[in-house]
Each structure stands twice: as structure tokens, then as C-alpha cells.
Design a protein around this ligand. Sequence first.
Ligand code: DP6
Length: 330
Amino acid sequence: MAFEIEVQAPSNIAFLKYWGKSDPLTQWPAGNSLSMTLKHAKTVTKASLSDTDKIFFEGIISSDRKIFQALDLLREQTGLKSRITIDTRNTFPKSCGIASSASGMAALSIASLACWTGSRSFEELEKKGFSKTKISHLARLCSGSAGRSLFGGYVEWLKGDTSEQQIIAPKFSADHWPLSNLILIVSNKEKEISSTQAHAAAWSSPLFRPRLAVLQERQSAMLDAIKEKNLEKLGPLLETEALEMHSIIMTASPSVSYLSEETLELVSWIRCERQKGSFKAWFTIDAGPNIHLISEPKDLPNLQASLSKAFPNLTMFQDEVGTGPQIRAL
Ligand code: DP6
């Protein structure tokens, strides 16, 4: 029987955003970031060896250049040479602000390395020289946020003093604080300007350097809030972080806006209802129009009921903190 494996890799939602790069070639971020690994939003990728690289997305042959380039990059970085057939699907709509490149590139990196080295588990991969840490750095080269999807819980990516000194590591496990993430799907259309393109413009925003100056302080405050399981402290930091990143995106040159009218309407509604005491939930938004509402699981029924009443046509995807990727031999 031919060797075939299946990898399930989760997406992650950034609390402290990876935005802007100090060096795009080595994927050296301009600042540290911190994310929560998700449980249900994931990419499921099957891989087997073949004569040429073949990529299927939801059973249909794909010519997505980013995936072929990622496979070449992984071979170049590892010296492994085999060609591969990849069959991949997401459990959520592509490019809609749930980070499909994070879960996609994490799944691709794990699946291809497992296949090339004949490994059926993370233990076997580690014995062959590919620890999760090593794979997270390979995944990061394919797409920055993918590096954090190698681990469960709350994950930090530290930029270090040089591009070689970057660290990606879990800070708190998923069971330390089981937070919910209710994703409000404003649009499931693919975005016109990729986050990679928008990252490059960050330095041209007058708000970007001031942001870098306060990042460290915000990161410490977020870590304290997670440690103390204090959502009233974490929530406002999440919102400042998301709004600051989007302000940078909008004031950069070229200027881009990922936020739609509906996003802004939801944002004001959430703030207004929270103030009235209807629920305790705070938002964050990645590079897309969709809103991620972070709350304690006990507040979820109330939150969902209020949203359904006010926005009967709104599509929601319920997620929560997860424990990280899995490998299974087929
Ligand atoms: C807004 O990881 O998609 O989701 O490294 O160029 O592939 P590339 O960028 P990408 O950027 C994601 C940015 C973000 C914030 C975050 O995940 O930290």
C-alpha cells in the first residue's frame, strides 16, 4: 500500500497582530505577535508521493501558485526532493478573514514533511529531525501566521534581535482558559488584495512606527490578562489591536480597506450592546471583513441569541480555543 497521511491543522486568531515585516525574504516580522489556536476552523490535507506535484482543492485540480511555491521552498529548505500529491479542504470559507493561509500552510508543511520522511506522527517526525518547532519555522516561511498554528492554546511568535533568533512557542495551553470565538461571516468572497501585499505597505503608514513603540507593553498586558483569565482586561486590548492594524492598513500607501459597511455596523452594535450590559464579548478582526467575537463559553448562548435577533440573516461560525494539529496515517 502506498504511504498516505492526513493532517488536520487549525487556523488561529491573532490577539496581538503580526503586521508588517522587517524582512520579507526571511519572513522576519516587524513585531511580536500572539494568537489563539482555533479548534474547528481547520485545513484537512492528505498527502502521498507522486511523479509530479499535483494539488487538489476540494477534489478539483488547482493551479494555486502559492502552494506550488511553498512546496518548492520546503524542498529547498530541507533538501528533500520527492514530488507529492496534495488533496486539501477547509472547514470554513477561503480568504474571508479566517486565516486560510495559516491553517493551509501549516497543514501543507506538516503533510509534505511527514510524507517525504515516511512519518506517521509528530514523534516520528521529531526522530527524523523535524520537531514541531522546526516545522513551525518552515511553515512561517510559507506564510507567517502559519508558524503559530503548529501549537495549541495561546501561542507567541517573538521576532528576536535577528531574523535567525525568532521564537514560536505556546505560552498557555488550551485548557488554561477555554475561550470561545464566535465568527461573524460578513463576506465569504476572496479578498482582492492579499495580506502579503498589504503587509509590504505597512511601513508607509504614519501610524506604523508609533505602533511598534507600544507593542511590547501591549503584549505584556495581554499575557497578564490571559494568565489571570481576565476578559475585562483582555477585551479592550483586543479591540485596540484590531482597530490599530486596520487604521494602519487604511492609512498606508496604497491604502486598502478590508472593513465593510456591515463590519462597521456590527462593531458599533457590539460596543453599544456591551455597554448596555447585554453580554461580555469583545471583537478582533484579521485581514478581512469578518468579526471574531471573543467571550467566555458561558456567555455564548446569550450572545448568539442577541445577534440572531438583531441580524437574522447573519451567518455565524462557532469556534473555541483548540489543542493544535494532528497527523493520521491512512
Ligand atoms: C492579519 O500570515 O497571511 O492575520 O506572511 O505574508 O503570508 P504572510 O501574511 P499572513 O498575515 C496575517 C496577518 C493577520 C494577523 C496575524 O495573523 O497575526
